[in-house]
Write a protein that binds this ligand. Structure first.
Ligand code: ADP
Ligand code: MG
Length: 347
């Protein structure tokens, strides 16, 4: 299959048709109409084989996740998804792989009404870059810099599930399918993000762990926070690891949760809990913003838990960089057995 055949077969009709797309895939540019009074919210993310996913990861999952991470960014601003673009670098024109990737991307596009309007298809080491575009009324976006002392700190869903799945996969263990889904098919909290406009004072999506990501809110807002670890929402397997080891790094500093962390005035706590219940997305108050800088994590026994507050950093020398190195080693092994990497190119 040629590059153009691939595009025609798998990328010309992804997501619902939209009135704000005057021209989509097929010309030199897409033509898009941003409605009056709306700001364009834009975010781009790259997923590279061996760093963000195992090279033998199911292509549907890669298609899903490459869009999910962008949708999660839109959610964290309170923006409504509208358009996506996709830059796909493939080792070869493996039709079955691209079909499955496209199916994963298309299913999530449909769920959120986002239309694929263009992209680029090239040959090289497997890598997927997705840009998402959404809109949010002028002045209504929820930024990182609005947290105020006294605000509550809330999170959606449960924390550390993807991190636990990743740990298991890296150790070569069998991983519970539900846990693995949390890593490979994250659920972007788009509807919740939209409903938090005018309610949340600051918001971020959790891609690198609560401690580090909340740290970005604190830095941008010029405040600190105290977290009550006993209130962190944990699934049974993560709660079990924490109980057995006393190590809170899974819920505090493992990546890929794609839940929302947000702040809001204390008097609106009930409103937001009801909102979560209505969306079938539990929301938990986990701490409070304070004037004093820094993040204090209070243990169930009242003591303080030491965290350096850093999340996953691609260029860090130690700590979580071990994850990157481990993934790379694993990917070398997988690459040798991966048909995608050994097939001659059709291009
Ligand atoms: P050009 O050379 O003018 O940049 P391309 O040959 O790269 O155009 O792409 C042709 C058309 O197909 C363009 O409209 C482009 O946006 C679209 N396209 C290319 N790759 C993809 C893809 N992976 N997903 C969606 N659209 C794509
Ligand atoms: Mg091009």
């Amino acid at each position: 299959m040629s590059e153009f055949d691939l595009i025609r077969a798998f990328f010309t009709d992804i997501g619902p048709k939209r009135a704000d797309v005057a021209l989509g895939v097929g010309d030199d540019c897409a033509l898009l109409a941003l409605p009056e009074g709306q700001c364009l919210a834009v975010s781009i993310d790259t997923l590279s084989a061996g760093i963000h996913f195992f090279p033998d990861c199911a292509p549907e999952a890669i298609g899903h996740k490459s869009l999910a991470v962008g949708l999660s960014d839109l959610a964290a601003m309170g923006a409504a998804p509208a358009w996506s673009t996709l830059a796909l670098t493939l080792p070869s024109a493996d039709q079955a792989w691209v079909r499955a990737f496209s199916a994963g991307f298309a299913a999530l596009s449909k769920t959120h009404g986002i239309r694929l309007v263009g992209g680029d298809t090239t040959r090289g080491p497997l890598s997927v870059t997705v840009q998402v575009h959404g809109y949010v009324p002028v002045g209504a976006a929820v930024r990182r810099d609005g947290a105020r002392p006294g605000d509550l700190v809330c999170v959606s869903g449960t924390l550390g599930d993807a991190g636990l799945a990743l740990r298991g996969l890296l150790a070569g263990e069998a991983v519970d399918p539900a846990l693995r889904r949390r890593l490979e098919y994250p659920t972007p909290r788009v509807e919740l993000g939209l409903r938090l406009r005018g309610l949340a004072t600051a918001m971020i999506d959790l891609s690198d762990g609560l401690a580090g990501d909340l740290g970005h809110i604190l830095a941008a807002s010029g405040v600190g926070a105290e977290l009550d670890l006993v209130h962190l929402p944990l699934s049974p397997p993560v709660a079990d690891v924490v109980a057995r080891t006393g190590d809170w790094s899974l819920p505090l500093s493992s990546g890929d949760d794609y839940e929302l962390c947000f702040c809001l005035p204390a008097e609106r706590a009930r409103e937001v809990r009801e909102l979560g219940a209505g969306l079938d997305c539990p929301i938990r108050t986990v701490g409070r913003i304070r004037a004093k800088a820094g993040l204090a994590c209070r243990l169930p026994d009242g003591g303080l838990y030491a965290t350096d507050g850093s999340g996953y950093d691609h260029f860090a020398a130690g700590g979580d960089a071990a994850r990157l190195i481990a993934l790379r080693d694993k990917s070398r092994i997988s690459a040798a057995t991966q048909s995608l990497h050994s097939q001659p190119s059709a291009r």
